[in-house]
Design a protein around this ligand. Structure first.
Ligand SMILES: [Zn+2]
Length: 101
């Protein structure tokens, strides 16, 4: 599955997939689902969850300042608060787009 196009419309990321389906993901929801190690913590070899330092979120945290396509598998979102390490794989985006917020 590939992304045909994507666009931020008001407070949502709209993604059009190449099969014609569309996903709408609220930006706040998208930020809270940021898959990077800082936001989600990492799991050690024992399966324990190591959380990184809590990232303080502000209104700028839910504003996307830029979105770039990474290869053919992910979108990288740069947030207005400077955070941009999260790579949103297409599977994650589709999942976020179908689950009710
Ligand atoms: Zn993150």
């Amino acid at each position: 599955m590939q992304i045909s196009r994507y666009e931020v419309i008001q407070q949502e990321l709209a993604v059009v997939w190449d099969d014609g389906t569309e996903s709408y993901i609220g930006l706040e929801r998208l930020r809270r689902a940021c898959p990077c190690a800082t936001c989600q913590g990492e799991t050690d070899v024992m399966g324990r969850r190591l959380r990184g330092p809590e990232v303080p979120l502000s209104s700028a945290s839910f504003e996307a300042s830029r979105i770039e396509r990474i290869g053919g598998y992910a979108l990288q979102v740069g947030w207005a608060d400077g955070h941009s390490t999260g790579l949103y794989g297409y599977d994650l985006l589709r999942q976020l787009g179908v689950e009710p917020s």
